[in-house]
Design a binder for this molecule. Sequence first.
Ligand SMILES: [Zn+2]
Length: 230
Amino acid sequence: MSGQESELQRCFARVGAEHGFTDVNANWERFKEFKATWKRCSTSAELHITDYMKDSGEDLITDLARGIFGRMGRGGVKEIYSEKLKQHFLSPEFILRNQPLYLRRSRNLAYAQQGRVHDLRTLEQDLHDLGLVKRVPHAYISWTKGDNRQRVGYCSVIMRVVAISRVLDRKEIPSFVPSYVLYHELIHLENGLRFGSYHDREFRERERIHPHHEEAERWLRRIVADPQFR
Ligand SMILES: [Zn+2]
């Protein structure tokens, strides 16, 4: 067992014991997304913890264990991250260590802002110039490799990665369509980690500020329905 594994095991066993678990088994897992999974059976628990938390130190791993065991319990606490953990996610160390790893694990990224037709850098710049979004440090934006029509935009808030589906990178699609989808994802980035609804009323109101909101929505409905975009 490596030093890091025993640190993880130690933290989770200790916190688990506070919650009545006598047999705790915690392992690092190379999940693409930042997540943890667990199985419990009476007083034993088996946990798989994202390895993006490796090297973050005993205090933060203990905080994460408290959050997870808190959620596992009855009437589970919803909030899984302590203030200290949230600060950690916002730190340059966290993003500089983990974003490259996340990008390597993302199989569907083109790793390019310049598409065949539309340039995401230009679209992003225009959104800034219009005062619609603020800059988020270390944000990484890319087209996807595949033409996904159902999910035209994707955002990992914690890894600060935004992906826009290549299906929108076509000459017959006006640039305000990818601009609108990019805008939607950049609002998520700006809002940061949240608990509860990501698309709350405030979000929807902000979305409508985009100058082509309605036209873009119409286009997106068409792209989902129209076989030519398959
Ligand atoms: Zn969204």
